[in-house]
Design a protein around this ligand. Structure first.
Ligand code: COA
Length: 385
C-alpha cells in the first residue's frame, strides 16, 4: 500500500505545462514566462490567452480574443432577476458560486462533452472559456449593486477587462492608475499550479461535468480562509490590530494561541511569495503618486510583516499574495468581502486552462483511501442494541 500523505503534500496529481513554482527561490512562471515580466509588460487579456493556448498571441489573435471577451460581458436578464432573490447578506463568493452554477441552465449546450469525440471540441472549449471569464467580472460587479438595492450599470465595450470591472463595480469612470493596478492583480492571481481550487477543477473536469459546474466547484474551494478567503481575513486582521504599534503584541498573542496570521505562509513557497513582492511595490508606487497619502493599514501591514519575519521565517513562513492585495483593493473602493470574488475572476483563466488540459488527456479521478474503520461485522437489530 502506498504511503498516505495528509493534504497530498508533494504528491503529483497531474502532469501540467501551464505554470511552475520554485518555492525555494520564490519563482513563479506562466508557460515559462516569469510573473515579474508578465506583471510589468502583459495585460490580463493577453495573460489569459497565454495560459489557455500556451503561447503569447499575435496582435490579430489578441484583438479577436479581446473583442469576444467584450461581447460576452452582458448576461441574460434572468440571471439578474435570480440574483435579486438572493439575500443581500449573502457572501459574494456564495453568490458567485450559485450564479456561475446557474449559467449552465441559462446557456445550455455542453452535450459535446459526452459525444463521440468527447473533450476534443476546441471551438466549444474556447467559446465557453471566453464566456465564463467575461461573465465572472459582470456577476461580481452586478452583485455589489444588487445587494445594495440598486440596478447595476451596463458593461461598456470601450473599456478593457480591468477598466470595465471598475466601471461596473463603482459606477464611476475608472482611474487609469487603479485600473492598471487591478490589471496587474488579475495577472498575478490568474494561475498558481495545483492548489486546492485547481485540484477541484481537475476532479470535476475529469467527470466531464459542464465547465460552469467545474468553475462553480472551484469557487467553493477558493472561498475557504485557508485558500482565497485569506485576503478578506488579512484586512479584518489589520483593522483589528489598528496601528503599527499594536502589531507585535497581536502577532505574539495569536502565535501563543496557535492561531494563524492571515496572509502568511504557503505550502509551496519557503521564501516571500514573488506576487507579494510585486503587490508591495505597487502599494509603494501608489503612495508616491499620491504624495505619501494612503490608507494607514499599509503601515500596520508592514509592521506585522516585520514581526512575522522575526517569528516565522525560521519555519519558512513569509508573506503570501493575499497579504497586500486587499490594501490595493481597498484603495479601489472595493469592500473586503468582495476581495476573494475578485481573486476568483482572475483565477477563472487558470482554472479554465486546467479544464482544457484535463480534457485533452482525461481519466476520471478516483483515488484510494486508508480505511481506519471497524472490521466487517453483523448488523444488530434495533431491539438487540
Ligand atoms: N501563521 C502562523 N504560523 C504559521 C502560518 C501562519 N500563517 N502558516 C504556517 N505556520 C506554521 C504552522 O503552524 C506550522 O508550525 P509547526 O511546524 O510549529 O506546527 C508551520 O508553520 C508549517 O505550516 P503548515 O500548517 O504545515 O503549512 P501548510 O503548508 O499545511 O499550510 C497554509 C499552508 C497557507 C494553509 C498556512 O500557511 C496558513 O494557514 N496560512 C494562513 C492562511 C493564508 O494566508 N492562506 C492563503 C494562502 S495563499
Amino acid at each position: 500500500m502506498s504511503e498516505y500523505l495528509p493534504g497530498l503534500a508533494g504528491v503529483p496529481a497531474t502532469k501540467s505545462n501551464i505554470s511552475d513554482i520554485d518555492g525555494e527561490k520564490g519563482i513563479l512562471a506562466y508557460r515559462g514566462y516569469p510573473i515579474e515580466q508578465l506583471a510589468a509588460k502583459s495585460t490580463f487579456e493577453e495573460t489569459c490567452m497565454l495560459l489557455l493556448d500556451g503561447r503569447l498571441p499575435m496582435r490579430e489573435q489578441l484583438k479577436s480574443f479581446d473583442a469576444k471577451l467584450r461581447r460576452s460581458r452582458r448576461t441574460q436578464y434572468h440571471i439578474r432577476d435570480l440574483m435579486k432573490t438572493f439575500p443581500p447578506t449573502g457572501h459574494p463568493m456564495e453568490m458567485l458560486q450559485t450564479a456561475v452554477a446557474s449559467l449552465g441552465m441559462f446557456y445550455p449546450g455542453n452535450e459535446c462533452l459526452t459525444g463521440g469525440d468527447a473533450c476534443q471540441d476546441l471551438d466549444y472549449i474556447h467559446n465557453m472559456t471566453v464566456k465564463i471569464i467575461s461573465r465572472m467580472g459582470t456577476l461580481v460587479a452586478m452583485w455589489e449593486h444588487i445587494r445594495n438595492g440598486y440596478e447595476p450599470p451596463e458593461p461598456r465595450n470601450d473599456l478593457n477587462y480591468a477598466e470595465n470591472f471598475l466601471w461596473m463595480f463603482t459606477g464611476q469612470e475608472p482611474d487609469p492608475m487603479l485600473a492598471r493596478i487591478l490589471d496587474v492583480c488579475l495577472i498575478l492571481h490568474a494561475e498558481h499550479t495545483i492548489n486546492a481550487s485547481t485540484f477541484a477543477v481537475l476532479v470535476n473536469a475529469s467527470t466531464l461535468a459542464s465547465p460552469n459546474a467545474v468553475i462553480a466547484a472551484a469557487i467553493g474551494a477558493l472561498s475557504g480562509p485557508l485558500h482565497g478567503g485569506a485576503n478578506q481575513k488579512v484586512i479584518e486582521m489589520l483593522k483589528e490590530i489598528g496601528s503599527p504599534a499594536q502589531a507585535e503584541a497581536h502577532v505574539d498573542s495569536k502565535l501563543k494561541n496557535k492561531e494563524v496570521i492571515w496572509g502568511m505562509g504557503h505550502r509551496e513557497y519557503k521564501t516571500k511569495d514573488p506576487r507579494a513582492k510585486i503587490l508591495e511595490k505597487m502599494v509603494d508606487e501608489l503612495i508616491e503618486s499620491r504624495g505619501g497619502d494612503l490608507n494607514p493599514m499599509f503601515e500596520t501591514a508592514r509592521a506585522v510583516e516585520k514581526v512575522c519575519l522575526d517569528r516565522l521565517a525560521k519555519k519558512g513562513v513569509y508573506a503570501n499574495v493575499d497579504f497586500y492585495s486587499g490594501i490595493l483593493y481597498t484603495e479601489m473602493g472595493i469592500p473586503a468581502d468582495q476581495f476573494t470574488a475578485i481573486f476568483a475572476i482572475a483565477r477563472s483563466a487558470g482554472w479554465l486552462a486546467h479544464w482544457r488540459e484535463q480534457l485533452s488527456d482525461n481519466r476520471i479521478f478516483r483515488p484510494t483511501q486508508v480505511y481506519t474503520g471497524e472490521p466487517a461485522r453483523d448488523y444488530v437489530s434495533l431491539e438487540k442494541r
